[in-house]
Design a protein around this ligand. Structure first.
Ligand code: HEM
Length: 522
């Protein structure tokens, strides 16, 4: 008691010395259900046909403040929520040392991702980052031979009818297979060809290796990898919403999904372990030029990490980051293009001028195709694939704004406080983005300087390691698809893109897929 009183006194003095004022706090009305109501709404949003982001989180920011305070459902832990770029910059960069991903995240995510770069802080995180970083050099990113091969497979999965249109197709699973295949090649130097599953049998080459892929995933109680990932991530999304009660989300189905994911990743772990003892060189052959060698991440990891389960966790974390994020970006982008034909034709015209041949598509030429970059940025603004995130205060600290009646004063954050930040709602603030913040308008990016109000890849020392790789892969595929197709038409019951249901796992994707048909150009 005495100890906690003294602690409180010390914290009050700390707040005063730093000119802090209390953040906005609206006590939830008991007659509306109090704190339990907010918790219940978040956990049951989808079941009640609500969009957790638009109908709950953004709404709360708009009706309360850009930074506000609340309490966890259980206990008296304070939670700060913010959509203020100055606070987010402090959390991720200027006060990086004062914040950590924290123990709760490690426990919530750990069931799937164990101990990996995403669930660690301090020396373990620093060391993981140092191991992964050499993988993401410009040279490696430009090794696009395997990407082109995956594009060709994706084209085969989009056969044309006599009228020059494809059948009605859901592009989302094709994008997930595309990024899975390219990520496996890029990260592990192995061929997976999961796209074979979506290619009609009569269009497969005899050289295509479908049996090997089936063997990788086909144990008795195993689920297909894609389904297992969806299930496991959906469970993770609920573990996050349940805050400290995350452990309640723990079902046999979830464990079956996790077993299947591990069964899938284990051959890569084995191959890494084998390469440890072999005299194999610490490089692998480039996918576009057999004369060139590149960094062998698998070999490096295997030599650094003794424990096979830790090795598996790190590989799985990387593969998930490589697969889900870019596939979600591509899915949202094609939903938007299908409902903005004018943007589609402008983009296509730019692409045809900038990339007369497929060999011209490399990191630098993609970067200089301005309209393409604007379309990618505008998609990530409206649908950042990591829409919500959080950190925990590792020490007593402050954030620069959010305190006092006008929110202009700093706020004091006691050690242990969770700070949630929503780039999704920050990206839709009219005071930052203009009255048309809710519209899809790639032109808004012309001449706009990048700052902390746009943060799809995070910032500071933990900025996404795969950012340039992801933008290159996504850009490459968009270019190749629009070289080949000139119309993208939504099919089925067309839902306006603003009301597209969202699937939330670790990343956010269009829950009902991307149902379109495409017309072969010229
Ligand atoms: C559109 C694509 C992508 C987006 C929007 C994205 C976004 C993000 C975000 C927001 C984080 C920060 C997570 C956090 O600290 O809480 C992150 C971290 C990370 N990303 Fe990405 N990512 C993308 C693609 C990729 C790809 C393709 C890879 C790898 C192949 C990758 C690898 C990583 C890694 C390793 C980290 C952890 C960095 C660290 O903690 O130091 N990302 N990404």
């Amino acid at each position: 008691q005495v100890h906690s009183h003294l602690k409180q006194k010390r914290f009050q003095k700390f707040a005063q010395d730093n000119g802090c004022l209390p953040p906005h706090y609206k006590r939830p009305k008991l007659r509306d259900g109090g704190r339990a109501r907010i918790f219940y709404d978040i956990v049951t949003a989808e079941r009640h046909g609500k969009d957790i982001l638009d109908d709950i989180i953004v709404k709360r920011f708009r009706s309360e403040a850009h930074t506000f305070m609340g309490y966890a459902f259980v206990g008296n832990d304070m939670i700060i929520s913010t959509e203020d770029p100055r606070n987010i910059q402090a959390i991720l960069a200027t006060k990086f040392k004062d914040f950590e991903t924290g123990e709760l995240r490690a426990k919530q995510f750990g069931i799937v991702f164990g101990k990996s770069i995403f669930t660690s802080d301090g020396p373990f995180w620093e060391h993981s980052r140092a191991l992964f970083r050499p993988q993401f050099t410009r040279d490696n990113i430009n090794d696009l031979g395997a990407t082109e091969k995956s594009v060709v497979m994706l084209f085969k999965a989009l056969p044309l009818k006599e009228d020059g249109w494809t059948d009605e197709v859901d592009l989302m699973p094709l994008f997930f297979r595309f990024t899975m295949d390219t990520a496996v090649e890029f990260l592990f130097g192995a061929t997976l060809d999961s796209q074979l599953e979506s290619i009609p049998a009569h269009l497969r080459d005899t050289s295509d290796r479908d049996l090997e892929f089936t063997a990788r995933t086909g144990s008795d109680d195993s689920m297909p990898f894609a389904d297992a990932m969806t299930s496991a991530q959906e469970a993770l999304s609920y573990r996050i919403r349940m805050q400290g009660l995350y452990w309640l989300i723990n079902t046999p189905h979830q464990h079956r999904a996790i077993r299947s994911i591990r069964a899938f990743i284990d051959p890569f772990v084995q191959s890494a372990i084998t390469s440890r003892s072999s005299s194999k060189p610490a490089t692998i052959t480039s996918s576009s030029n057999p004369e060139k060698e590149r960094y062998n991440l698998l070999h490096t990891l295997a030599n650094d990490i003794d424990n096979p389960s830790e090795l598996r966790d790190q590989l799985l974390a990387l593969l998930t980051a490589g697969r889900d994020t870019t596939a979600s970006l591509l899915s949202w982008l094609f939903i938007l293009l299908s409902q903005h034909p004018h943007t589609l034709s402008t983009l296509r015209a730019e692409i045809l001028t900038a990339f007369p041949n497929k060999d011209d598509i490399i990191f630098s030429s993609l970067k200089s195709c301005r309209y393409l970059q604007h379309v990618l940025s505008e998609t990530l603004r409206l649908f950042p694939v990591v829409p919500l995130n959080n950190r925990r205060a590792a020490v007593d600290t402050t954030l620069p704004v959010g305190g006092g009646p006008d929110g202009a004063a700093p706020i004091a954050i006691p050690k242990g406080t969770s700070v949630n930040y929503s780039v999704y709602s920050m990206h839709r603030r009219t005071d930052l983005w203009g009255a048309d913040a809710e519209d899809f308008r790639p032109e808004r990016w012309e001449g706009r300087k990048s700052d902390w109000s746009f943060l799809p890849f995070n910032g500071g020392p933990r900025i996404c390691l795969g950012q340039q790789y992801a933008l290159t892969e996504a850009g490459y595929l968009v270019v190749r698809l629009l070289q080949r197709f000139d119309r993208v038409e939504s099919v089925g019951e067309v839902v306006h893109w603003r009301r597209t249901r969202k699937g939330l796992g670790l990343t956010m994707n269009p829950r009902d897929g991307v149902r379109v048909r495409l017309r072969r150009a010229g």
